[in-house]
Write a protein that binds this ligand. Structure first.
Ligand code: PLP
Length: 338
């Protein structure tokens, strides 16, 4: 039996003993009535951390993103975002189905937003018969481009453009924690200037479930309504919120270890380590499926983000020995395949 090194995603972590204990001991109440103390505490903590008035706990990052889009755009309007954004590529068409909105996308280099590309794409107040842009979504860090951090000046430029045209601004911050640890910038500075921000507890922070949407108190009040309609209102969910609070207290600063391991992987596998800013490495290979399958046979699990793009994600449950093993297995496969 080969020991598995699972680099498919930072979502594969299992709750630690300490986290499970925090869950077992959580004070709970019925959160549909708004009286689960642990959920209320988590929401208040995350809202404060990100510098917003209010937050809402959701079962997934997808739901947090989709609630945001529902709040920022009306049916028949459009969202603009990166062509590799999670909201458009990996949420099963939810924006179209739940919010009735269309999407147009810009291309970027390495996931980094360029205000010129956004300016070319947007079409606010497009008139009687055209589709009007209602919102812009950014992603920080950018998952499918290799965990890239959005430069603050680019974010500010897009926010200014959006404001000038009266557009809603959403940040998919599933891995905003990684951007915070990588740059040393306060979370509130990374989140500032957006109308809505989603963050996930179930990625690098190691919680089993849970995300939050943060925004103004007024928008979050509306989000309670939509979350119920989407089937995401839960009862004694303090059990899960306790895992999230534990994750924030114990697993935030250690993300730097994941980043260092990802840089080592990148360097050893022939990528420019400077291109690996956080915990995701994307390797350009002629046949990602073949490399992924061959590595899996030897116990190293990877994922694909395109036919030529192999993704390796470091996390809480992969240590230095796991990284050594991944390098040992992947290096010859890459040399043969490149
Ligand atoms: C950037 C980004 N946003 C949103 C999500 C959605 O999170 P969930 O899987 O909890 O729905 C993910 C999931 O990997 C993600 O990478």
């Amino acid at each position: 039996m080969v020991d598995v090194v699972d680099l498919r995603s930072d979502t594969v972590t299992r709750p630690s003993a300490g986290m499970r204990q925090a869950m077992a001991e959580a004070e709970v109440g019925d959160d549909v009535f708004g009286d689960d103390p642990t959920v209320l505490a988590l929401q208040a903590e995350v809202a404060a951390l990100l510098g917003f008035e209010a937050a809402l706990f959701t079962p997934s990052g997808t739901m947090a993103n989709q609630l945001a889009l529902r709040l920022l755009a009306n049916p028949g309007q459009e969202l603009v975002c990166d062509q590799l954004a999670h909201v458009v590529r990996s949420e099963s068409g939810a924006a179209a189905v739940f919010s009735g909105i269309t999407t147009r996308t810009w291309r970027s280099t390495g996931g980094v937003v360029d205000v010129g590309a956004v300016a070319e794409l947007i079409s606010p107040n497009a008139g009687r018969y055209q589709v009007s842009t209602a919102a812009i979504a950014l992603e920080n860090t950018h998952n499918f481009s290799g965990g890239t951090v959005q430069p603050l000046e680019s974010v500010r430029a897009v926010q200014q453009l959006g404001r000038e045209h009266g557009l809603g601004l959403h940040l998919d911050g599933a891995r905003l924690w990684n951007a915070h640890v990588a740059t040393g910038l306060p979370l509130a500075e990374l989140a500032a200037g957006f109308d809505t921000v989603s963050v996930c507890l179930s990625k690098g922070l190691g919680a089993p479930i849970g995300s939050l949407l943060v925004s103004s108190a007024e928008r979050i009040e509306q989000a309670w309504f939509w979350r119920k309609r989407y089937g995401g209102a839960m009862r004694q969910v303090g059990l899960l919120a306790a895992a999230g609070r534990f994750a924030l207290q114990n697993n935030l600063n250690r993300l730097a270890e994941d980043h260092a391991r990802a840089r080592r992987l990148a360097a050893e596998l022939g990528n420019d380590p400077a291109g690996t800013q956080t915990n995701i490495v994307v390797l350009d290979v002629p046949d990602a499926l073949a490399v992924s399958a061959a590595a899996r046979e030897q116990g190293v699990w990877t994922s694909m983000v395109g036919p030529r793009a192999l993704r390796l994600v470091t996390h809480l449950d992969v240590d230095d020995a796991g990284i050594d093993r991944a390098i040992e297995v992947l290096r010859p496969l890459l040399t043969a395949g490149r």
